[in-house]
Write a protein that binds this ligand. Sequence first.
Ligand SMILES: C[S@@+](CC[C@H](N)C(=O)[O-])C[C@H]1O[C@@H](n2cnc3c(N)ncnc32)[C@H](O)[C@@H]1O
Length: 320
Amino acid sequence: MKCIEVPKKYAERTIKLLRALHIMDNEHIITRKNDHVLIPVKKPPVNNELSSIPIRLIICNPPAKKKKEVKVPAHDIVGDIAVVRENVLEYMSREDIVETLRATYPRIRTIYLKKRTEGEFRVADLELLWGIDNPSTIHKEYGLRFKVDLRRAYYNPRLSEEHRRIAENAKDGEIIFDLFSGIGGFTIHIASLHKATVLMNDLNPYAVRLGVENILLNKKRIRGTIIPLHMDALLAPKYFRAERFDRVIANIPRSSYLFEEIYWYLLRSKGILHLYFLSSISERDGFIKRYFARWELAGVRKVIDYAPYVFIWRADLIKP
Ligand SMILES: C[S@@+](CC[C@H](N)C(=O)[O-])C[C@H]1O[C@@H](n2cnc3c(N)ncnc32)[C@H](O)[C@@H]1O
């Protein structure tokens, strides 16, 4: 390749002129040779402006600039929103996060940094990194449309396969209690596949409202019956007959064990409980034995990662 060789004292002026002429080769590094500087160029200059500077066009071999390798940070895409977790800041600047995510997903309109998940409603504390500050969007799971509001109700797009798996497991005619339904992920998947009756319950009123909006959004695809409820799951025995349900979904991983008596009360004999819980691999079986000793374990599987060495598991438990 070619370089302009120029005495050091003219280097700055030459670089400016070459830049203005758009012929500097920015992929390679400017080097020094004794009291001269070698500036890589894409083609020889033809401009008179350089005529006053003692330059020489020479053959050269400057090293290539190292391309800054910026990896796409771990993230979730929810509708047209990208969400990154705060720990990403340990290895990436805010600017690089925004730049790489925008380059990877040109259609996103917002990037949030998720600081933590807060309170009993498990809603996200979000800091706007880029774009429009609006945490409400529509996210698709298997063609179903879900309205979410990331600041008001729990939603995790990584649960979409799990919603589907449970729905594929359910059957026509079942009566199912989705006790901690959030915006209705499990419920709407089930009711779209089966003529089942699903009680969709959450303590967070915003989650219930979004759940109802999601029934409307998917009305053409829903085959079953959905009954939205806004109540503390602990009160279920007050309003429902014992042993009324074929299936209970208990997706409240941090505290699902606290409701064991409620599940027992609601399920008929041979009814199935889908219990979600947090644990490391080594503590998993001990957890089930400690809190669910009177149930028959039909299976257990890892659902998603939660933290280093901690996972969300699902145990399928049968009431004897
Ligand atoms: C992990 S989220 C559920 C996610 C939802 N199943 C999904 O798949 O998207 C747990 C939900 O439990 C709700 N919740 C917390 N305590 C509750 C209670 N005592 N009774 C009913 N719902 C409760 C929260 O508001 C939250 O929406």
